[in-house]
Design a protein around this ligand. Structure first.
Ligand SMILES: [Zn+2]
Ligand SMILES: [Zn+2]
Ligand SMILES: [Zn+2]
Length: 158
């Protein structure tokens, strides 16, 4: 039973190149706000709320209104470049470089530590099978958003 932990930070340039490619492939233009938010998430592994991102943008001289921020975040989430962590309404960079965005594609799992707030993204085929089983037996449709699992990380338990 292999669980692949994806913790290697993706280099800034690599994430930006990948994100740019995904945007182009899906017919999105590389606008200034998209470029700035892309660069912001390339530089961090931590999750941020829309307001924190807005403040960070303002601090670096790229003032953006809330609507632009939310639209950009939604666009990135649709392309699986960022994930929204539902429990805290924050956004975190995706670590899988997945280019599948179709519905019923659910293979982004975020392990969220309730103590230290650390987020680990895992990529594994086993939960996927389990979720398929859930869908088949209940008729429930999962969509393509990341699935959040809450608990305590390894270092907080020791
Ligand atoms: Zn992901
Ligand atoms: Zn994906
Ligand atoms: Zn922890």
């Amino acid at each position: 039973m292999a669980v692949y932990m994806i913790q290697t930070p993706i280099h800034t340039v690599q994430f930006e190149a990948f994100a740019t490619e995904q945007l182009k492939q899906h017919g999105y233009r590389i606008t200034q706000p998209r470029k700035a938010i892309m660069a912001f998430f390339a530089s961090t592994d931590a999750p941020y709320s829309a307001y924190e991102i807005q403040a960070a943008m303002a601090a670096q001289g790229t003032a953006m209104d809330t609507v632009t921020i939310y639209r950009t975040l939604e666009c990135f989430e649709t392309l699986h470049l960022l994930h929204r962590v539902p429990s805290g309404s924050r956004y975190v960079r995706c670590h899988t470089q997945c280019s599948e965005t179709n519905k019923a594609h659910a293979r982004h799992y975020l392990l969220v530590c309730e103590r230290c707030d650390d987020i680990t993204e895992i990529s594994d085929s086993i939960p996927r099978e389990l979720l398929r089983h859930l869908e088949n037996t209940t008729g429930f449709s999962l969509g393509d958003k990341a699935i959040e699992v809450r608990g305590e990380c390894a270092s907080c338990q020791s």
